[in-house]
Write a protein of this length. Structure first.
Length: 156
């Protein structure tokens, strides 16, 4: 069973994408970026190392090096200092979903793909224009299996 909602997810932290600093890294050719900010009343002033890897067709892809574990990552999360998701110890939002919530998410994803109104109580709509019959039948079968599973969950 997944952890309850009291556990922090990565959505609870502000994040720092390497892509926002791409132009600055190309122009300066530095292998670090300086950061000055305050977090919960405490001032922080430090630099974060940057590495780069060659791409298949030329140029380079830049990565942050986590200040705590030195692993290469494209996103750092702020918990005082900016660190990678492994060092922060938080999970993705979907990892914290309960089994019943996961069923609802799958049902809503199928309804959205079919162009139907969101919500289990609404009826099944028509096949979307341009969708193959085999795809429609597969999604419809999956939808019916999930609704049966949901009904069995409530009967217990």
């Amino acid at each position: 069973m997944p952890a309850l909602a009291t556990t922090h997810s990565l959505n609870d932290y502000s994040k720092l994408n390497i892509s926002t600093y791409r132009n600055q890294l190309k122009q300066t050719k530095q292998d670090f970026i300086e950061f000055n900010y305050s977090y919960r009343g405490k001032a922080y002033n430090y630099s974060i190392q940057v590495s780069k890897t060659p791409c298949n067709y030329g140029h380079y892809r830049h990565w942050w090096l986590c200040p705590k574990c030195s692993s290469r990552t494209s996103v750092l999360y702020c918990a005082g200092t900016y660190v990678c998701r492994h060092c922060i110890g938080a999970n993705y939002q979907t990892q914290l979903q309960q089994p019943i919530d996961r069923i609802y998410s799958k049902l809503n994803a199928i309804r959205a793909r079919m162009g139907w109104q969101v919500g289990v109580i609404h009826g099944i709509g028509e096949r979307p224009k341009g969708m193959h019959h085999s795809t429609y039948n597969r999604l419809l079968n999956e939808y019916e299996q999930l609704t049966d599973k949901l009904l069995r969950t409530f009967k217990q």
